[in-house]
Design a binder for this molecule. Structure first.
Ligand code: C5P
Length: 223
């Protein structure tokens, strides 16, 4: 059995206003649009959605159209606290756990399948894209050191883990609050993570211009 944890408890402070995951993208809230891709995927059995503690009723209402079973739990102060809250309520019968940001509604069924297959085979896998731009530090309005982009990846989600591996990683992690994704948490227990080729369109809607782009593309694709 495969479960998806969707961390959706961010305040969306970089966008302002109502948390973006609760806003409409096309004909439904962003959170539902993202969850629906997993709902349609034949290998996914159930969801845990981690919502803003003060909006759990709204989140439950938003998810009513899902066909598969779901639980809604309150999130924490950081993304990793929220993922832990989701992990805490997962049934022991779950073999593989996928974690996917609510803010990535353009995820495709193909990438979900690739992450599942690779996780089953190797224990952990994550979608990512090789960096193609030149990467450079900047300070006080000016560029400074250039970083070689060779072997550098921009991480995406879903990130997949065998259930017992993820539990062990969270049990042993000293401080999860600094990690901005889950891959980092499994290194200390000696687990390698396979690279799955992600997609350029699988962006994390973060800024107003991301939102504007996403709304345009969503409309074009006919919802
Ligand atoms: O903050 P960031 O952009 O990395 O958030 C990625 C995902 O994690 C979003 O879907 C956001 O709602 C979620 N998140 C969360 N709990 C937090 C912070 C972020 O569930 N405390």
């Amino acid at each position: 059995m495969i479960a998806v944890i969707i961390p959706a408890a961010g305040s969306g402070s970089r966008l302002g206003g109502l948390p973006k995951q609760l806003r409409h993208l096309g004909n439904a809230p962003l959170l539902l649009q993202t969850a629906l891709v997993f709902d349609r995927h034949p290998d996914i059995s159930c969801f845990v959605v981690v919502g803003p503690p003060d909006a759990l009723d709204t989140v439950k209402e938003i998810l009513i159209p899902l066909d598969k079973p779901y639980q809604v739990v309150p999130g924490g102060a950081t993304r990793q606290d929220s993922v832990r809250a989701g992990l805490d309520v997962l049934d022991e019968s779950i073999e593989v756990v996928l974690i996917h940001d609510a803010a990535r509604p353009f995820i495709s069924g193909e990438v979900i399948t690739d992450v599942i297959d690779s996780t089953k085979a190797y224990g952990a896998a994550a979608a990512a894209l090789p960096i193609t731009d030149t990467v450079r530090y900047g300070k006080d309005g000016c560029f400074t050191t250039t970083i070689s982009r060779e072997n550098l990846y921009a991480m995406q989600t879903p990130q997949g883990f065998r259930h017992e591996i993820l539990r062990k990683a969270f049990r042993q992690a000293e401080d999860v609050s600094k990690s901005t994704d889950d891959v980092e948490l499994v290194y200390p227990i000696g687990q390698t993570v396979q690279i799955v080729h992600g997609e350029r369109t699988n962006i994390k809607i973060t800024t107003q211009s991301d939102w504007d782009w996403a709304s345009k593309v969503w409309k074009k694709e006919g919802e």
